[in-house]
Design a protein around this ligand. Sequence first.
Ligand SMILES: Cc1ncc(COP(=O)(O)O)c(C=O)c1O
Length: 404
Amino acid sequence: MERIEAALLAGGQRYDSFYLYDQCIIQQRIEELQKTFPQYQLLYSVKANCFGPVLNILFDQGVWADAASLREVLLCHQHGLGPQQIYYSAPAKRLSDLEKAWDNCIIIADSLHELELLEEIAAKRCQQAKVGIRVHPQFAPAPSKFGVEEQQLFASKGFLNRLSHLQLVGIHVHLRSQQLEADGLSHYYQQVGELAQRCAHLFGGPLEFVNFGGGLGINYAPNQTPLDLEAVGAACAALAEQLHAQKVGKLLLETGRFPVCQAGWYAARIIDIKECRGEKFLLVQNTLNGFLRPSMALLVEGWSQNPAAAEPLYTCQDAFRFFLPGKEGPLERVQVAGNLCTAADQMARDILLPSPKIGDLLAVSNAGSYAYTLSPQLFAGQQPPAQLLLREDGALGMDLGILA
Ligand SMILES: Cc1ncc(COP(=O)(O)O)c(C=O)c1O
C-alpha cells in the first residue's frame, strides 16, 4: 500500500482529481483468471475501463475484447486486436454501427431485426457472413431488453433459414454480474452450456463459439466472502470437456471489474472545509462528476428495496474505503461533498479521517472499473479527472502520462 500512497501523493502534485491504475495488480488478476480457466478465452468488457494504457496491458496478456459500442470496437482495433478478437454485443445497434463495425469484429446480433439488417449488409456486399446471436434464455429469472428470447428464437426456424447470406455460428448469454457464490455461478455456466447444445441443433452444426458472459465477482466490502475461483474453475473445466466433445469451438468468458476494479484509486483534492450545525463538511474537487459510484451508493441505499438491481451503479454497502494518503492524526467524523450545485453531490457520510486539512488529497479505493467511464464528467463544466498509470518499473514505478 505504501507504493500506492506514494504514487497517489505524486499524482496529487500535478492534479486536483485523478485516477491511478496499478499495472501489477491488473497483470496479477489476469494471470489468476488465465490459470483458473485455461480452456477459456477471456474477453475484457471495455466499458469497465477504456483507458488506453489499461487496454494495452490486458491485450498484451492475450485478453480479447467484449465491445459494447462501435466506438469500443474501433478503440480495441486501434489498440492492436484483430477482427476475430473483438466481440461486439449490445442492444439496439443502428445500421450505420453495423456497417462500420463489419470488417473490424465479430458481430453478435441482439434481435431478429438486427439479423435482418446484417443480412441486408451481407447481401449488398455479396458476402457470406458468420455472426453470433445473444439469447435471453428460458432459465433467466425475468424478462429483458437484451438478446432474443429463447422460445422466440426456436420458433423462428423459417426466418433463420431465409437469411441466405448469414451463418449463425455462436451464442452470447450474459445474465449475471458480481457473483460471489461459486455454486450458483457454476450452475449458470452449465445452463448456458446446455443452451449451446440446443442452439447447435437449431443452427444445424457445431457452434464456433459460446460466450458465457460475465459473472466473476470481487470483494468490495471487507465483510464479503470472496468468490471461490478454484471451485468455479473446476466446474468450468468439466463443462469445457463436455462442450469440446460436442465440437464446440471457442469458449469465451467475459470479465470487466475483476481485473481492474481493485487496481484503481480515485483521488480528489479537499478544496474547502465548513462546519454546519456541528457537522464538518469536506468539499472536494469532482465528486459525483468524477467518480459517480460512491454517490450512487448513498442515493440507492436511501431509495431502493432492491439495491442489487442498480449494478453497475451500485454494488453494496461500504464498497469504498476513503483515506488520506500519507496522513496520520486524530480521527474526525466528516461528510464528503463537492463543488457541484446539487445536494446529491455527496461522496461519503459520517466517515472517520485523520485531521483532514484544506489541500490534502482524499483517496477512494475500488475505482478501477465503472468509475471514469460511468461518471458524468461533463456535468457543471468541471475539468474532468486525469487518468494515470502506475507502471511496474521506473522510479516509484510511475508514469504520469494522461490519456490523449
Ligand atoms: C454483456 C456484458 N458482459 C460482461 C460484463 C462485465 O461485467 P463485470 O464487470 O461484472 O465482469 C457486462 C457489464 O455490464 C456486460 O454487460
